[in-house]
Design a protein around this ligand. Structure first.
Ligand SMILES: Nc1ncnc2c1ncn2[C@@H]1O[C@H](COP(=O)(O)OP(=O)(O)OP(=O)(O)O)[C@@H](O)[C@H]1O
Ligand SMILES: [Mg+2]
Length: 305
Protein backbone atom coordinates (compact mmCIF):
# COMPACT_ATOMS: atom_id res chain seq x y z
CA UNK A 1 0.00 0.00 0.00
CA UNK A 2 1.31 3.44 -0.93
CA UNK A 3 0.96 6.04 1.79
CA UNK A 4 -1.60 8.82 1.56
CA UNK A 5 -0.04 12.17 0.84
CA UNK A 6 -3.35 14.05 1.08
CA UNK A 7 -6.19 13.10 3.39
CA UNK A 8 -9.39 15.15 3.24
CA UNK A 9 -12.17 14.41 5.71
CA UNK A 10 -15.66 15.94 5.62
CA UNK A 11 -14.41 19.19 4.14
CA UNK A 12 -16.82 22.12 3.88
CA UNK A 13 -15.88 25.49 2.41
CA UNK A 14 -18.31 28.41 2.26
CA UNK A 15 -18.37 31.91 0.83
CA UNK A 16 -20.85 33.69 3.06
CA UNK A 17 -23.95 31.52 3.05
CA UNK A 18 -22.92 29.76 -0.12
CA UNK A 19 -21.44 26.26 0.24
CA UNK A 20 -18.82 25.89 -2.52
CA UNK A 21 -17.50 22.59 -1.15
CA UNK A 22 -20.04 20.37 0.53
CA UNK A 23 -18.79 17.63 2.85
CA UNK A 24 -16.19 15.95 0.65
CA UNK A 25 -13.75 13.23 1.73
CA UNK A 26 -10.97 11.56 -0.27
CA UNK A 27 -7.32 10.64 -0.09
CA UNK A 28 -4.50 10.86 -2.61
CA UNK A 29 -1.62 8.39 -2.60
CA UNK A 30 2.01 9.18 -3.19
CA UNK A 31 3.01 9.06 -6.85
CA UNK A 32 -0.56 9.17 -8.04
CA UNK A 33 -1.93 11.33 -10.86
CA UNK A 34 -5.18 12.40 -9.27
CA UNK A 35 -7.71 14.09 -11.57
CA UNK A 36 -10.39 16.45 -10.35
CA UNK A 37 -13.21 16.84 -12.87
CA UNK A 38 -16.38 18.85 -12.86
CA UNK A 39 -18.29 21.57 -14.66
CA UNK A 40 -17.68 25.28 -14.06
CA UNK A 41 -18.30 26.20 -10.45
CA UNK A 42 -18.22 22.60 -9.20
CA UNK A 43 -15.74 23.55 -6.47
CA UNK A 44 -12.45 22.22 -7.89
CA UNK A 45 -10.39 25.39 -7.45
CA UNK A 46 -11.88 26.03 -4.03
CA UNK A 47 -10.83 22.51 -2.94
CA UNK A 48 -7.27 23.03 -4.20
CA UNK A 49 -6.95 26.46 -2.60
CA UNK A 50 -8.15 25.05 0.71
CA UNK A 51 -5.71 22.13 0.61
CA UNK A 52 -2.89 24.57 -0.19
CA UNK A 53 -3.80 26.62 2.89
CA UNK A 54 -4.96 29.70 0.93
CA UNK A 55 -8.61 29.41 2.01
CA UNK A 56 -9.88 28.36 5.42
CA UNK A 57 -12.43 25.58 5.59
CA UNK A 58 -15.74 26.05 7.44
CA UNK A 59 -15.22 22.57 8.86
CA UNK A 60 -13.41 19.30 8.21
CA UNK A 61 -9.82 18.09 8.36
CA UNK A 62 -7.02 18.20 5.83
CA UNK A 63 -3.76 16.34 6.28
CA UNK A 64 -0.88 16.84 3.88
CA UNK A 65 2.26 14.71 4.33
CA UNK A 66 0.45 13.37 7.41
CA UNK A 67 0.28 16.82 9.02
CA UNK A 68 -2.81 18.82 9.89
CA UNK A 69 -2.63 21.84 7.55
CA UNK A 70 -4.36 24.17 9.97
CA UNK A 71 -1.35 23.82 12.28
CA UNK A 72 1.44 23.52 9.69
CA UNK A 73 0.48 25.96 6.95
CA UNK A 74 3.90 27.37 6.15
CA UNK A 75 5.63 23.98 6.22
CA UNK A 76 3.13 22.66 3.71
CA UNK A 77 3.19 25.79 1.54
CA UNK A 78 6.96 25.42 1.15
CA UNK A 79 6.74 21.80 0.12
CA UNK A 80 4.10 21.92 -2.58
CA UNK A 81 3.95 23.33 -6.10
CA UNK A 82 0.81 25.16 -7.15
CA UNK A 83 0.03 26.29 -10.66
CA UNK A 84 -3.11 28.34 -10.27
CA UNK A 85 -5.91 28.59 -12.80
CA UNK A 86 -5.86 32.33 -13.34
CA UNK A 87 -2.64 33.91 -12.26
CA UNK A 88 0.44 32.05 -13.40
CA UNK A 89 3.15 34.29 -14.82
CA UNK A 90 3.81 38.02 -15.07
CA UNK A 91 3.01 38.54 -18.73
CA UNK A 92 5.16 41.67 -19.15
CA UNK A 93 8.27 40.07 -17.72
CA UNK A 94 10.64 37.73 -19.53
CA UNK A 95 10.75 33.99 -18.99
CA UNK A 96 14.01 34.38 -17.08
CA UNK A 97 12.62 37.12 -14.82
CA UNK A 98 9.53 35.06 -14.05
CA UNK A 99 11.56 31.99 -13.18
CA UNK A 100 13.95 33.98 -11.00
CA UNK A 101 11.03 35.56 -9.20
CA UNK A 102 9.50 32.15 -8.52
CA UNK A 103 12.85 30.90 -7.21
CA UNK A 104 13.27 33.90 -4.93
CA UNK A 105 9.83 33.24 -3.44
CA UNK A 106 11.13 29.82 -2.42
CA UNK A 107 14.38 31.25 -1.04
CA UNK A 108 16.45 29.52 -3.70
CA UNK A 109 19.90 30.92 -4.51
CA UNK A 110 20.87 31.89 -8.08
CA UNK A 111 22.94 28.73 -8.62
CA UNK A 112 20.11 26.41 -7.65
CA UNK A 113 17.58 28.38 -9.71
CA UNK A 114 19.85 27.98 -12.73
CA UNK A 115 20.34 24.25 -12.20
CA UNK A 116 16.66 23.50 -11.67
CA UNK A 117 15.68 25.68 -14.65
CA UNK A 118 18.14 23.81 -16.85
CA UNK A 119 16.71 20.44 -15.81
CA UNK A 120 13.12 21.54 -16.31
CA UNK A 121 13.74 23.36 -19.59
CA UNK A 122 15.47 20.26 -20.97
CA UNK A 123 12.43 18.26 -19.95
CA UNK A 124 10.00 20.58 -21.74
CA UNK A 125 12.34 21.07 -24.72
CA UNK A 126 12.29 24.81 -24.24
CA UNK A 127 14.05 26.26 -27.24
CA UNK A 128 13.01 29.91 -27.19
CA UNK A 129 15.19 32.62 -25.72
CA UNK A 130 14.86 33.01 -21.94
CA UNK A 131 14.62 36.74 -22.58
CA UNK A 132 11.33 36.36 -24.45
CA UNK A 133 8.52 38.33 -22.84
CA UNK A 134 5.98 35.82 -21.58
CA UNK A 135 3.14 37.52 -23.43
CA UNK A 136 4.86 36.71 -26.73
CA UNK A 137 4.97 32.96 -26.11
CA UNK A 138 2.36 30.62 -27.61
CA UNK A 139 -0.15 29.58 -24.92
CA UNK A 140 1.13 25.97 -24.77
CA UNK A 141 4.73 27.09 -24.13
CA UNK A 142 3.52 29.71 -21.65
CA UNK A 143 1.69 27.05 -19.67
CA UNK A 144 4.77 24.81 -19.68
CA UNK A 145 6.93 27.67 -18.39
CA UNK A 146 4.28 28.32 -15.72
CA UNK A 147 4.53 24.66 -14.75
CA UNK A 148 8.33 24.99 -14.47
CA UNK A 149 7.92 28.08 -12.27
CA UNK A 150 5.49 26.19 -10.02
CA UNK A 151 7.84 23.22 -9.53
CA UNK A 152 11.20 25.00 -9.55
CA UNK A 153 11.76 24.18 -5.86
CA UNK A 154 11.32 20.47 -6.68
CA UNK A 155 8.24 19.73 -4.52
CA UNK A 156 6.90 16.20 -4.08
CA UNK A 157 3.28 17.32 -4.35
CA UNK A 158 2.11 19.38 -7.32
CA UNK A 159 -1.28 21.05 -7.82
CA UNK A 160 -2.16 21.97 -11.39
CA UNK A 161 -5.43 23.84 -11.85
CA UNK A 162 -6.52 23.50 -15.48
CA UNK A 163 -2.97 23.72 -16.84
CA UNK A 164 -4.06 22.77 -20.35
CA UNK A 165 -7.06 25.11 -20.72
CA UNK A 166 -7.04 26.57 -24.22
CA UNK A 167 -3.92 24.62 -25.23
CA UNK A 168 -3.82 22.88 -28.64
CA UNK A 169 -4.33 19.09 -28.56
CA UNK A 170 -0.75 18.14 -29.60
CA UNK A 171 0.70 20.37 -26.89
CA UNK A 172 -1.79 18.99 -24.37
CA UNK A 173 -0.44 15.51 -25.12
CA UNK A 174 3.11 16.80 -24.53
CA UNK A 175 2.00 18.36 -21.28
CA UNK A 176 0.64 15.04 -20.09
CA UNK A 177 3.87 13.25 -21.03
CA UNK A 178 5.59 15.70 -18.73
CA UNK A 179 3.11 15.03 -15.94
CA UNK A 180 3.74 11.29 -16.35
CA UNK A 181 7.49 11.88 -16.04
CA UNK A 182 6.93 13.76 -12.77
CA UNK A 183 4.74 10.92 -11.48
CA UNK A 184 7.37 8.35 -12.46
CA UNK A 185 9.85 10.28 -10.33
CA UNK A 186 7.52 9.65 -7.38
CA UNK A 187 5.84 13.04 -7.37
CA UNK A 188 2.13 13.28 -6.69
CA UNK A 189 0.04 15.27 -9.15
CA UNK A 190 -3.33 16.76 -8.29
CA UNK A 191 -4.77 18.10 -11.53
CA UNK A 192 -8.06 19.59 -12.69
CA UNK A 193 -9.22 19.62 -16.28
CA UNK A 194 -12.31 20.15 -18.39
CA UNK A 195 -11.03 17.82 -21.09
CA UNK A 196 -12.49 14.38 -20.57
CA UNK A 197 -10.05 12.76 -23.00
CA UNK A 198 -7.20 13.92 -20.77
CA UNK A 199 -8.77 12.48 -17.67
CA UNK A 200 -8.03 9.03 -19.13
CA UNK A 201 -4.36 9.63 -18.26
CA UNK A 202 -5.12 10.04 -14.56
CA UNK A 203 -4.66 7.11 -12.18
CA UNK A 204 -7.79 8.04 -10.26
CA UNK A 205 -10.53 10.58 -10.84
CA UNK A 206 -13.00 12.48 -8.74
CA UNK A 207 -16.16 13.76 -10.41
CA UNK A 208 -17.51 16.82 -8.68
CA UNK A 209 -20.85 18.54 -9.04
CA UNK A 210 -22.06 21.60 -7.10
CA UNK A 211 -19.60 21.08 -4.29
CA UNK A 212 -20.14 17.34 -3.89
CA UNK A 213 -18.17 14.31 -5.00
CA UNK A 214 -20.49 12.24 -7.19
CA UNK A 215 -18.00 9.53 -8.19
CA UNK A 216 -14.44 8.47 -7.46
CA UNK A 217 -12.25 5.71 -8.89
CA UNK A 218 -9.86 4.71 -11.66
CA UNK A 219 -11.11 5.46 -15.20
CA UNK A 220 -11.75 1.73 -15.63
CA UNK A 221 -13.65 1.43 -12.35
CA UNK A 222 -15.84 4.41 -13.18
CA UNK A 223 -16.70 3.03 -16.60
CA UNK A 224 -17.62 -0.33 -15.07
CA UNK A 225 -19.60 1.32 -12.30
CA UNK A 226 -21.71 3.44 -14.65
CA UNK A 227 -21.97 1.12 -17.66
CA UNK A 228 -22.53 -2.61 -17.45
CA UNK A 229 -22.24 -3.06 -21.23
CA UNK A 230 -20.43 -1.52 -24.16
CA UNK A 231 -21.87 0.99 -26.62
CA UNK A 232 -22.79 0.31 -30.21
CA UNK A 233 -21.77 2.85 -32.80
CA UNK A 234 -24.03 2.80 -35.84
CA UNK A 235 -23.02 4.59 -39.02
CA UNK A 236 -25.27 5.08 -42.04
CA UNK A 237 -23.63 3.90 -45.28
CA UNK A 238 -25.65 6.55 -47.03
CA UNK A 239 -28.60 8.69 -46.06
CA UNK A 240 -29.32 10.95 -43.20
CA UNK A 241 -28.14 10.70 -39.60
CA UNK A 242 -31.24 12.43 -38.20
CA UNK A 243 -33.51 9.94 -39.95
CA UNK A 244 -31.41 7.04 -38.72
CA UNK A 245 -31.70 8.30 -35.16
CA UNK A 246 -35.47 8.53 -35.49
CA UNK A 247 -35.64 5.04 -36.92
CA UNK A 248 -33.55 3.66 -34.05
CA UNK A 249 -35.76 5.40 -31.51
CA UNK A 250 -38.88 3.98 -33.11
CA UNK A 251 -37.40 0.48 -33.27
CA UNK A 252 -37.14 0.50 -29.50
CA UNK A 253 -34.00 -1.58 -28.96
CA UNK A 254 -31.69 0.95 -27.29
CA UNK A 255 -31.09 3.55 -24.55
CA UNK A 256 -28.65 6.47 -24.39
CA UNK A 257 -29.09 7.20 -28.10
CA UNK A 258 -26.82 10.10 -29.06
CA UNK A 259 -25.04 11.58 -32.04
CA UNK A 260 -21.36 10.71 -32.12
CA UNK A 261 -19.50 12.36 -35.01
CA UNK A 262 -20.96 10.83 -38.17
CA UNK A 263 -22.56 8.01 -36.20
CA UNK A 264 -25.14 7.28 -33.54
CA UNK A 265 -23.93 5.85 -30.24
CA UNK A 266 -26.29 3.81 -28.09
CA UNK A 267 -26.67 1.01 -25.57
CA UNK A 268 -28.69 -2.05 -26.58
CA UNK A 269 -31.58 -2.95 -24.32
CA UNK A 270 -33.38 -5.50 -26.48
CA UNK A 271 -31.32 -8.00 -28.43
CA UNK A 272 -34.23 -9.50 -30.33
CA UNK A 273 -35.40 -6.14 -31.65
CA UNK A 274 -31.79 -5.22 -32.49
CA UNK A 275 -31.38 -8.41 -34.56
CA UNK A 276 -34.59 -7.58 -36.38
CA UNK A 277 -33.34 -4.03 -37.05
CA UNK A 278 -30.02 -5.39 -38.33
CA UNK A 279 -31.79 -7.74 -40.71
CA UNK A 280 -33.84 -4.90 -42.15
CA UNK A 281 -31.02 -2.35 -42.31
CA UNK A 282 -28.00 -4.54 -43.04
CA UNK A 283 -27.36 -2.90 -46.40
CA UNK A 284 -27.72 0.66 -45.18
CA UNK A 285 -25.73 0.68 -41.93
CA UNK A 286 -22.39 -0.43 -40.46
CA UNK A 287 -21.86 -0.94 -36.75
CA UNK A 288 -19.02 -1.24 -34.28
CA UNK A 289 -18.82 -2.03 -30.57
CA UNK A 290 -17.08 0.73 -28.56
CA UNK A 291 -16.22 1.06 -24.87
CA UNK A 292 -17.74 3.91 -22.87
CA UNK A 293 -15.60 7.02 -22.59
CA UNK A 294 -15.14 9.17 -19.50
CA UNK A 295 -17.34 11.74 -21.20
CA UNK A 296 -20.15 9.13 -21.18
CA UNK A 297 -19.46 8.46 -17.51
CA UNK A 298 -19.51 12.13 -16.67
CA UNK A 299 -22.78 12.79 -18.53
CA UNK A 300 -24.44 9.84 -16.82
CA UNK A 301 -23.11 10.73 -13.38
CA UNK A 302 -24.25 14.33 -13.72
CA UNK A 303 -27.70 13.43 -15.01
CA UNK A 304 -28.07 11.06 -12.05
CA UNK A 305 -29.92 8.50 -14.24
N1 LIG B 1 -14.12 34.21 -3.59
C1 LIG B 1 -15.35 33.77 -3.83
N2 LIG B 1 -16.44 34.39 -3.36
C2 LIG B 1 -17.68 33.93 -3.60
N3 LIG B 1 -17.97 32.84 -4.30
C3 LIG B 1 -16.93 32.16 -4.81
C4 LIG B 1 -15.57 32.59 -4.61
N4 LIG B 1 -14.75 31.70 -5.23
C5 LIG B 1 -15.55 30.78 -5.80
N5 LIG B 1 -16.85 31.05 -5.56
C6 LIG B 1 -18.00 30.24 -6.00
O1 LIG B 1 -17.82 28.93 -5.51
C7 LIG B 1 -18.21 27.96 -6.50
C8 LIG B 1 -17.06 27.04 -6.80
O2 LIG B 1 -16.07 27.77 -7.48
P1 LIG B 1 -14.71 27.12 -7.97
O3 LIG B 1 -13.91 28.20 -8.54
O4 LIG B 1 -14.14 26.31 -6.88
O5 LIG B 1 -15.23 26.13 -9.12
P2 LIG B 1 -14.41 25.31 -10.20
O6 LIG B 1 -14.91 23.92 -10.14
O7 LIG B 1 -12.97 25.54 -10.03
O8 LIG B 1 -14.92 25.99 -11.57
P3 LIG B 1 -14.14 26.27 -12.94
O9 LIG B 1 -14.20 24.99 -13.72
O10 LIG B 1 -14.95 27.34 -13.59
O11 LIG B 1 -12.75 26.70 -12.62
C9 LIG B 1 -18.72 28.76 -7.68
O12 LIG B 1 -20.12 28.86 -7.61
C10 LIG B 1 -18.06 30.11 -7.50
O13 LIG B 1 -18.85 31.13 -8.08
MG1 LIG C 1 -11.53 26.35 -11.20
Amino acid sequence: MRTSIIEVKNLNVSFGNFKAVDDISFSVKQGEIFGFLGANGAGKTTTIRTICGILNPASGQIYVYGKDISKNTSLIKNNIGYMSQKFTLYKDLSVKENIELAGTLYNMDKKRIKEETQTLFNLINFNESENTIVNNLPIGVKQMVALCAAVLHNPDLIFLDEPTAGVAPQIRAKFWQLIKIFAQKGKTIFITTHYMDEAEYADRIVLMQTGKIIAIGTPKELKEQFFKTNFYKITPKYGNLVLLKEKIQLSNFADNINYYGNSIKLILNNDKKWQQFLKEEKNSIAYQIVSPSLEDVFLKAVSGK
